[in-house]
Design a binder for this molecule. Structure first.
Ligand code: SF4
Ligand code: F3S
Ligand code: FES
Length: 248
């Protein structure tokens, strides 16, 4: 069964742009990315859109659909009524390059700021063992496909460009938690999380967890435990006393 849908797609560049209207056929079972591709094939060949896998695994096709950050390839047309206009706009937290394509290099900069996994020196192959419970815990964070929907929706940077230098964002809090909870990682990431990555600026709104297509409980399983570890380190009375004595 086919029907005609009304799409509104943002077109433009860093200099500015506007919504452009399209009427386009939709068939049963199609997703938003199929329709964007049909528009590109039949009405707007120069429409810029980033995608790759069409299977919810590459994290490329992130956009805002009717105001909600989503993967276009995983958003079925059946979630909208046939007479509902579908508005597709680029991610708002990152600079627009063209049409639906944004410059997400902020995230790569933040990724490079997280020190990599550092196992104890001299650990031979075969001595590298973990309990299943530790494997399971980091497995959740390793499902991340780096779609950056969580980064896009977090109000700390979405509404405040000037916070970007000091704030790594939820995706990288999950990475920090993954490494901090790894039993063989030797780097103490608690002080860094506070001072270099800005975890204190997160006020636990949980919007990041709500939009994650992998269902990662970013706030509950990464950010809150990391905040607790940061607080433990900061307010541990033994450490506090040690620091006072050390200053004398
Ligand atoms: Fe995307 Fe979830 Fe990874 Fe954030 S944590 S980048 S929302 S997959
Ligand atoms: Fe932002 Fe998620 Fe915290 S949306 S404020 S990082 S809970
Ligand atoms: Fe790969 Fe959508 S095209 S996640």
């Amino acid at each position: 069964m086919t029907y005609s849908a009304h799409f509104r797609i943002w077109r433009g560049s860093a200099a500015g742009g506007s919504l452009q209207d399209f009427d386009v056929d939709v068939s049963e079972g199609e997703v938003v990315l199929d329709i964007v591709h049909r528009i590109q094939a039949t009405q707007a060949p120069d429409l810029a859109v980033r995608w790759n896998c069409k299977a919810g695994k590459c994290g490329s096709c992130s956009a805002e659909v009717n105001g909600r950050p989503r993967l276009m390839c995983m958003t079925r047309m059946s979630v909208f009524t046939e007479d509902e206009a579908v508005t597709v706009t680029p991610l708002r937290a990152f600079p627009v390059l063209r049409d639906l394509v944004t410059d997400v290099s902020f995230n790569y900069t933040k990724a490079r700021e997280v020190p990599s996994f550092a196992p104890p020196e001299g650990l031979a192959p075969g001595e590298f063992r973990m309990q299943q419970v530790d494997v399971d815990r980091s497995q959740e964070f390793r499902k991340c496909i780096e779609c950056f929907l969580c980064q896009n929706v977090c109000h700390v940077i979405r509404d405040h460009e000037d916070n970007k230098p000091a704030f790594a964002g939820p995706r990288f809090f999950a990475r920090l938690a993954e490494l901090e909870m790894h039993p063989l990682d030797t780097v103490d990431r608690r002080k860094r999380s506070q001072e270099q990555h800005g975890i204190g600026m997160c006020n636990i709104t949980k919007c990041c967890s709500e939009v994650c297509p992998e269902g990662i409980k970013i706030t509950d399983n990464a950010i809150i435990p990391m905040k607790e570890r940061v607080a433990d380190r900061k307010y541990d009375p033994v450490r506090w006393l040690g620091a006072r004595i050390g200053r004398r």
